[in-house]
Design a protein around this ligand. Structure first.
Ligand code: BMA
Length: 857
């Protein structure tokens, strides 16, 4: 996060917190106008207990039972040691939550009074003053009930009973002749039957914490006459204007005349007033407005992200009754799938420009999502933006993310590939389940469709391929596939067609949409897992030519600071029970070690092993990502698995649970940059590609230098090149007999840079042998630290080549502009350190500079 932004944000947070305290701690915040609706926030004063016990303890709403138990000091930290195994009882237990609130006499005069839960996780019976009012069974839906007739003047009691999702489903499973596959459930495979975040039941990077609770806000809404329920905005973009077609859903208590006003708080378009004749019940009113000369919204790196507020007001007899605001971006977006020489394209096109999608896969940022703060979302998404990404896939085993997530994606130009929440399992197809899914999908599509960042709706993660390739087809009755088709080929596409016809629905990831096998490289997206799951070498990436790669990955360990939050010094060995409890892939540690020893010498100790594991991961994914970019436009997307973690663990992530960047994330910043130099060894030498994602042509001097580790240049060349926009091309070929063959392969390397007006805009290097075969000298690295406007500047210099220079400041959570980089002999390199909590002295006193030779004996 940028330093100044963090400071600004801090003050903004304090400012908004003060407003929050003033406005929201008074239970009712009425609007200026008497006839506007009232809202009573019911998020405070909750208590919880284990069903059947007497003691009530304070609870947090939004929250969940695990964090409530933790706050009440009834359980140890679920993320520490191997506590997970002793805490499984929580998911097999029923829990109760209660609170009381006061209702004033005059509130009861409202036409409608509705109790609204934005989310209940999951099997919940809600009682108001002892009367059952809601029976919830889907974490991803809102639950609302008109409670006017159940409310008392004065004190009212809310009680919620949460039943165990495991015990709820076991009797259903007992009656079934077969078991639905659920490959990641750690324990009884109940998850397919429950509309709850699949990863709560365990995953190959996450613990099994089958939590429950009031995971989203709850409120009482009171209104008269009518209420705006939803607004759908469709846009038609022309050269000099954008025509918006709004469809406003209104529920009305009675029939009558009202006025709808559509306006721009920033005066971006002319206000439109429309008188509407409402009928009692549900109504839809259409209004058209036009934005003249709109500034277009672009993905990160392609242009800006201007956003327009569209405010809708509903008036009766001159008084405002209700209002709603949607923030939109003006752009066209389509997924182009057209026959071409390689099969069929799979290209996102924004404002008419094909986009190479660069990014990764997002999982929930915590096992207990209600505690993910806005700051954490911001930090993670800013980290993706800073690493030159333009797409995030919200993977189907987690949750439909919070509003703030999509708001930030809109602001940062991060396109969202949005899965529906189904992953690696087969699901039931009985009518009640289907209806539940339909409601969920409708609500989620309606909630999210106004976000310019949403690029695609995708049915599920890996189920199509699992059915055909994981043996499921042979082990299950054909009806299980029919149920699959009902959900993913009928219900979900139907919902998207009705609720968001402007966007594409894609049945599964990976898929070829029924035109070929899900793994086809000619059509659709692929998940490539020969590296890692198939134990193939990294170079295998270069033998695959997919149209869009939506998953490929390699694991690493988090850094020692993170490991120390869950392991004690006695556990500092990757084979210890605690380290194994934080490695969910059965062969994970073994695979990391095997791959590592092919490329690196044995690390000298535990901490070095962690560092080298990150370098290994970064190098592997770099090979894959650079290849995918080099083969553009045959391939138009690279989304690696995975961006983040839900707890501290060894995993495929590039940022750990605490938000610390691993080496891979620093590498991503380079391999996803708009200008990439990518050398590729071919039979007769080296092809030097320059890949450009820029919309405009550019020029520069492309240099290649063959150097030894002491910095002696054996050969060099420099060419002025014109870099074509949005193209990958070989700009330089280095014949083998003149370059590679001449060198001492163990002691030399090629260094490339692209220089524009004296400034290096891209660089890369090529080594002929793996680190374990190199004779790397021990470098003397010197540095100068000084304050600058962007942060603290560290200028580094080394006498000889220093590989994977790793900077750290123990106890300081700031971020370096670059890390794990190669420092060329005698060439200066500037790194900027940004943090809120450090001064120059802190950095000067504590900066540690290591390079990879420090990891070996
Ligand atoms: C992918 C994902 C996840 C999984 C990851 C690593 O296929 O879709 O299900 O966590 O692989 O195994």
């Amino acid at each position: 996060m940028k330093y100044c932004q963090m400071v600004k944000q801090k003050w903004l947070t304090i400012f908004f917190m003060s407003i929050f305290i003033v406005v929201f701690t008074c239970p009712v915040f009425a609007s200026r106008n008497e006839s506007m609706k009232l809202e009573l926030d019911l998020n405070s004063g909750w208590e919880f207990r284990q069903a059947g016990m007497t003691e009530w303890l304070p609870a947090q709403v939004p929250g969940c039972v695990h964090t409530d138990l933790l706050n009440a000091e009834k359980i140890p930290n679920p993320f520490a040691g191997d506590n997970e195994k002793d805490l499984q009882w929580i998911g097999k237990t029923a829990w109760e939550y209660r609170m009381s609130f006061d209702v004033k006499k005059e509130w009861l005069d409202h036409d409608r009074i509705q109790l609204e839960f934005d989310g209940l996780d999951t099997y919940a019976d809600v009682f108001l003053n002892g009367q059952s009012i809601i029976r919830a069974d889907n974490m991803f839906r809102k639950w609302a009930k008109d409670v006017k007739s159940s409310l008392n003047q004065g004190k009212n009691q809310l009680l919620i009973r949460f039943r165990s999702p495991i015990h709820e489903v076991l009797p259903i499973m007992e009656k079934m002749a077969y078991r639905l596959p659920a490959s990641n459930d750690q324990g009884e495979k109940t998850s397919p039957h429950t509309r709850k975040a699949p990863y709560h039941f365990g995953w190959d990077w996450g613990p099994r914490y089958v939590t429950c609770g009031i995971w989203k806000p709850v409120r009482l809404e009171m209104w008269n006459d009518a209420r705006i329920e939803d607004v759908h905005i469709k846009q038609k973009v022309a050269r000099d204007r954008a025509d918006l077609n709004l469809s406003v859903s209104i529920s009305s208590v009675n029939s009558g005349k009202m006025v709808l006003i559509v306006e721009s708080p920033d005066q971006e378009f002319k206000t439109v007033r429309k008188s509407v004749q409402l009928l009692k019940g549900e109504n839809t009113a259409a209004v058209d407005v036009s934005i003249p000369n709109p500034v277009l919204w672009w993905p990160n790196g392609m242009g800006g992200q201007p956003l327009y507020d569209v405010r809708i007001r509903l008036k009766k007899d001159g008084n405002d009754i209700d209002s709603a605001t949607k923030r939109i971006g003006i752009r066209t977006l389509e997924l182009k799938q057209e026959p071409d020489q390689w099969g069929k394209s799979f290209t996102f096109v924004v404002n008419g420009i094909p986009i190479f999608a660069k990014g990764g896969n997002w999982i929930p940022a915590d096992s207990f999502t209600p505690r993910v703060s806005d700051d954490k979302y911001r930090h993670l998404l800013e980290s993706f933006q800073d690493a030159n990404m333009n797409m995030v896939r919200v993977w189907g085993g987690g949750i439909y993310e919070s509003d703030i997530f999509y708001d930030l994606c809109d602001e940062m130009g991060l396109l969202v590939w949005q899965d529906f929440m189904f992953a690696c399992s087969m699901y039931p197809g009985h009518p009640r389940f289907l209806l539940n899914v339909r409601r969920e999908a409708e609500e989620q599509v309606r909630r999210l469709r106004h976000h310019p960042s949403i690029a695609l709706w995708c049915g599920n993660n890996e189920i199509e391929t699992a059915w055909h390739h994981w043996g499921w087809q042979d082990r299950n009755p054909p009806s299980v596939w029919n149920d699959y088709e009902s959900i993913f080929h009928e219900l979900l596409p139907e919902v998207v067609q009705l609720q968001d016809p402007e966007r594409t629905y894609w049945p599964s990831s990976p898929s070829s949409n029924g035109e070929a096998d899900a793994g086809s490289q000619e059509i659709g997206d692929v998940h490539y897992w020969n590296v890692w799951h198939g134990a193939a070498p990294f170079e295998d990436y270069e033998t695959h030519f997919p149209r869009f790669n939506s998953e490929f990955g390699f694991q690493s360990f988090p850094l020692i600071e993170t490991v120390r939050t869950y392991a004690s010094s006695e556990d500092e060995n990757i084979e210890s029970d605690v380290m194994k409890a934080h490695q969910k892939h059965p062969r994970g540690n073994e695979l990391i070690r095997e791959y590592m020893l092919l490329k690196f010498p044995e690390p000298k100790d535990f901490e070095s092993f962690l560092i080298v594991s990150q370098i290994l991961q970064a190098e592997g994914i770099r090979v894959g990502a650079e290849h995918l970019r080099r083969i553009m436009p045959q391939c138009m997307g690279s989304l690696y698995w995975q961006l983040n973690d839900c707890w501290p663990v060894a995993s495929w992530s590039s940022i750990d649970y605490f938000g610390r960047w691993k080496a891979l994330h620093y590498f991503a910043r380079h391999f996803y940059a708009n200008l990439l130099i990518s050398p590729n060894e071919v039979d007769d030498g080296i092809d030097v590609f320059v890949v450009s994602d820029l919309r405009e042509p550019t020029t520069g001097t492309l240099r290649a230098r063959l150097m030894d580790f002491s910095g002696n240049v054996a050969k060099d060349t420099a060419h002025q090149i014109n870099v074509a926009p949005r193209e990958s091309r070989v700009y330089l070929h280095l014949p083998k007999n003149e370059w590679a063959d001449m060198s001492d392969k163990k002691g030399s390397f090629l260094f490339f840079d692209l220089v524009q007006n004296g400034k290096t805009v891209a660089s890369n290097r090529h080594f002929f042998v793996p680190v374990k075969e190199m004779v790397l000298p021990r470098p003397e690295i010197s540095w100068v630290i000084e304050e600058s406007s962007e942060g603290i500047r560290i200028t580094l210099k080394s006498d000889v080549l220093a590989r994977y220079v790793y900077l750290s400041i123990p106890g300081n959570e700031g971020r370096f502009s670059d890390n794990f980089f190669d420092l060329i002999s005698r060439e200066e390199r500037v790194v900027v350190f940004q943090s809120v909590s450090s001064d120059l002295k802190d950095v000067k006193d504590k900066l540690v500079v290591q390079s990879i030779v420090d990891c070996f004996k």
